[in-house]
Write a protein that binds this ligand. Structure first.
Ligand code: TLP
Length: 354
């Protein structure tokens, strides 16, 4: 039997309709700027985000790293949140590709505040690195898909603008924040200097991300993308999948959000299991089993034996991510498996729940 795969929203495979669109895509050499489908995707995403221009890139990591490279000089310092993707999961890219150091600040549900940023910005002094960039993540992966509050983002944006700093948003799952809150994408876009969005996560395209910003920023990013070997040729095949994904898979993200909450509520019913339901606002659910004295990797193995795939995010935290290739029946079955595995691990439901 095919397992129910909740390891990430990156695991989706192109649907039959998407494959048809890919097959029909008009293409050209994108390094010459001649791929009409890539150009259409870039224009579409730039428009949606309210930015002047956009660039199709191979991955979210490349989008973020290009932004860091374009907004900084070697020796600069970049403020980010300590659990952010750029700090934890991009292979030390900022040090290697941009020769900058990161200054991770502790966040609450992935959110760093304007006050924290203000306190961390270095005064001008040749002893210090120069603070040039702030990165925020929306939604926040390691904070259970929490949405960055607009009001805090507005404060940060006003501060960075008035102090000559750049602000980049890792919006790998900004689509989810938009659907969950109803806040238009361009409202988020207007507050930041650049933003990366991913097509290959909740939207279900096989490959690709888009980074957006001013025309100058994008022409710089275009140069570094080429330098880093990321210039692709007849890549309209993939851009077509991205356009299809935006047109057909955006609104349905609310189903993923509803399903992630159901999973969170299931874990939260057990003694010793902590789920931050306030943070579980989109398609990521993280359950912490520290108080139950369990180990997340052991639970991952047990769930796998029952046909449910998920990942351990730390020795005690287990992550499940919902996506378009899961059905309500898959979620029902997952809930059964969670209950079986937790009961078999000696945990009890709270307040006599069953
Ligand atoms: N996240 C992946 C893993 O790398 C952890 C996942 O399964 O969630 N920003 C954020 C917030 C992300 O969650 C990811 C991917 C990226 C950037 C990078 O995207 P890719 O994988 O396309 O480089």
């Amino acid at each position: 039997m095919t397992p129910i795969d909740l390891r990430s929203d990156t695991v989706t495979k192109p649907t039959a309709e998407m494959r048809e669109v890919i097959a029909r895509a008009e293409v050209g050499d994108d390094v010459f700027g001649e791929d009409p489908t890539v150009n259409a995707l870039q224009d579409k995403v730039a428009r949606m985000l309210g930015k002047e221009a956009a660039l199709f890139v191979s991955s979210g990591t490349m989008g973020n790293q290009l932004a860091i490279r374009c907004h900084t000089e070697p020796g600069d310092e970049v403020i980010c949140e300590e659990n952010s993707h750029s700090f934890n999961y991009e292979g030390g890219g900022p040090a290697s590709l941009s020769n900058v150091q990161l200054r991770p600040l502790p966040g609450l549900r992935g959110v760093i505040t304007e006050a924290q940023i203000q306190a961390a910005v270095r005064p001008p002094d040749d002893h210090f690195p120069r603070t040039s960039l702030v990165i925020v993540e929306n939604t926040h992966n390691r904070a259970s898909g929490a949405i960055f509050p607009l009001a805090e983002l507005q404060r940060i944006s006003a501060y960075t603008r008035s102090h000559g700093l750049k602000l980049h948003m890792d919006g790998a799952r900004l689509w989810n924040a938009h659907i969950a809150t109803g806040i238009p994408l361009h409202e988020y876009g207007a507050l930041v200097d650049s933003v990366t969005v991913c097509l290959s996560k909740g939207l279900g395209a096989p490959v690709g991300s888009v980074v957006a910003g001013t025309r100058d920023f994008i022409s710089k990013a275009h140069r570094f993308r080429k330098m880093w070997g990321g210039g692709m040729r007849q890549v309209g095949l993939l851009a077509a999948a991205g356009i299809y994904a935006i047109d057909h898979h955006l609104q349905r993200l609310q189903e993923d959000h509803r399903r992630a909450r159901r999973l969170g509520e299931t874990f939260a019913r057990f003694e010793g299991v902590a789920v931050d339901m306030e943070a579980t606002q989109t398609n990521i659910m993280i359950a912490d089993v520290a108080k139950a004295g369990l180990k997340a990797p052991d639970l991952v193995v047990k769930m796998k034996e029952s046909g449910v795939l998920c990942i351990a995010f730390s020795p005690t935290r287990l992550r499940m991510v919902t996506h378009l290739q899961l059905s309500d029946a898959d979620i029902d079955r997952t809930i059964e498996v969670i209950e079986e595995v937790l009961l078999a691990s000696g945990l009890h439901p709270k307040y006599g729940d069953n």
